[in-house]
Design a protein around this ligand. Structure first.
Ligand code: PHE
Length: 450
């Protein structure tokens, strides 16, 4: 069975950037920045991208391209049989991420539909009251179905084509919203909060949030970029492509903050609202803009969120799909449908956790937090563990000599460039060490309550 390939470098970069740009940038980055001191968080985040994420991204794409196959086969080829499980572990994580990601994406879709065609802003006085369980379930289903529909069409006609349309649309909407938000009263206070660092705000928590956010945002640690790498031609330059992907992702996160903080400050609201920032605070902001501008800006904002989310969900489903196609010789459509069905079943507890269902909305063993938060925290840890272990496989089992060989394809000057030493040091020492530290920090924070 023929595997797909990206038609060219641009197709690959758009698909990978589409994967990276998602709810992580527009929903999670602004609220984490809001809770963690604004500008100082931005600085930490940027440092994480350079020191940690970029090498991990290059490593992940490179082993995928080297093997030209799914994650399990890739780890078999690079680490030996004993490491096969790592591929499967990433694939399972991807399905769990999908399970809660599609629920949040479903909210975004419901907000878009209700603001554009219904009366959500006026009805709720902008307090963004959550939809009923059946409505949430329905929109989750629609989002999973949309994802499956694109994914079934394959690499070129599905993933590439969707990104060629959605990514430029996303940038246009984003710039329109930024332009508007900067004209609002008090926008300047929002910008100052976001752009002028206050080093007094620097806490261990800030560093740890910056680290896990950068990982999630760049789509690292599930084998998503690995499977995309497996569809990439040997003629392409992995390093420069990775730099472009990381830059695109970081700019969207940065721009999302540039849009959201002026909106929030213009209404004298708190930027530190946590996860509801986008779903509860922004609708209030849009409501206050009046019936016409509120509707336009609100609908555009949630459409933006849906586009960003869809380009990520179609990438998340690709790792598991590639695995079923490559290892189990399933047809592409059967593989996608099987993963979509599993996603839907797994999403049920997350849907129920947002309502009045105490079994899932107050987990006794998790400090009373809800199931969706629990599963997303668990996935955060998993991404980091996977990333750290992948660095160990590359540096200890596969060896950096083989990494050099693969990276020289499509990049003839690689061996004599400083990037080679940078990758050697980061992948062998810095990444595994920092990642191990991060895992300990997360476990202490979330499970031991230190
Ligand atoms: N990077 C995506 C986002 O920022 C989420 C994601 C994580 C996608 C892991 C694929 C793999 O929303």
């Amino acid at each position: 069975m023929a595997r797909g390939t990206f038609s060219n470098r641009l197709g690959f970069i758009l698909a990978a950037a589409g994967s990276a740009v998602g709810l992580g940038n527009i929903w999670r980055f602004p609220y984490l920045a809001g809770e963690n001191g604004g500008a100082i968080f931005l600085l930490i985040y940027l440092a994480c991208i350079v020191l940690l994420c970029l090498p991990v991204m290059i490593g992940e794409i490179t082993i995928g391209r080297y093997s030209g196959a799914d994650a399990v086969t890739t780890f078999e080829k690079t680490g030996g049989k004993a490491w096969k499980w790592l591929g499967l572990y990433g694939i399972v994580t991807a399905v769990f991420i999908l399970s809660f990601y599609c629920v949040i994406s479903g909210w975004a879709l419901e907000y878009f539909v209700q603001i554009a065609f219904g009366n959500r802003l006026a009805e709720s006085q902008g307090d963004g009251a959550p939809a009923s369980l059946s409505v949430t379930l329905l929109y989750t289903f629609i989002f999973v179905a949309l994802t499956a529909w694109v994914a079934i069409r394959g690499i070129n006609k599905g993933i590439e084509r969707a990104n060629r349309i959605l990514m430029p649309a996303l940038f246009i909407i984003l710039f329109g919203l930024i332009f508007y938000s900067l004209t609002l009263p008090n926008a300047w206070a929002g910008l100052t909060f976001y752009l002028v660092p206050d080093f007094g705000e620097l806490k261990p928590q800030t560093i740890f949030n910056g680290l896990k956010q950068s990982f999630f945002s760049l789509s690292l640690g599930t084998g998503t970029l690995l499977i995309f790498g497996s569809y990439l031609s040997k003629k392409e330059n992995v390093i420069s492509s990775s730099v472009v992907i990381a830059l695109a992702d970081t700019s969207v996160a940065f721009l999302a903050g540039l849009m959201i903080f002026p909106f929030v400050f213009s209404q004298n609201m708190s930027p530190a609202e946590g996860p509801p920032l986008v779903f509860l605070v922004l609708p209030k902001v849009f409501f206050s803009l009046g019936p016409v501008w509120g509707k336009i800006m609100g609908a555009l904002f949630f459409l933006l969120l849906c586009f960003a989310a869809l380009t990520s969900t179609i990438s998340l489903i690709e790792g598991p799909t590639g695995y079923l196609v490559d290892r189990w010789k399933a047809s592409r459509s059967k593989a996608v449908l099987a993963i979509a069905a599993a996603t839907l079943v797994l999403s049920i507890p997350s849907v129920l956790s947002q309502g009045t269902f105490p079994l899932f909305s107050h987990l006794g063993f998790y400090q009373g937090r809800d199931f969706l938060t629990f599963i997303s925290d668990l996935c955060d840890i998993s991404l980091v563990v996977w990333g750290g272990l992948m660095c160990v496989v590359i540096s200890q089992r596969w060896t950096t000599a083989k990494l050099d060989d693969e990276l020289s394809l499509g990049n003839s000057g690689y061996r004599s460039s400083w990037v080679r030493s940078y990758l050697r040091v980061t992948l062998t020492v810095v990444c595994p060490l920092i990642l191990a530290m991060l895992v300990i920090l997360i476990v202490c924070d979330k499970f031991v309550g230190l």
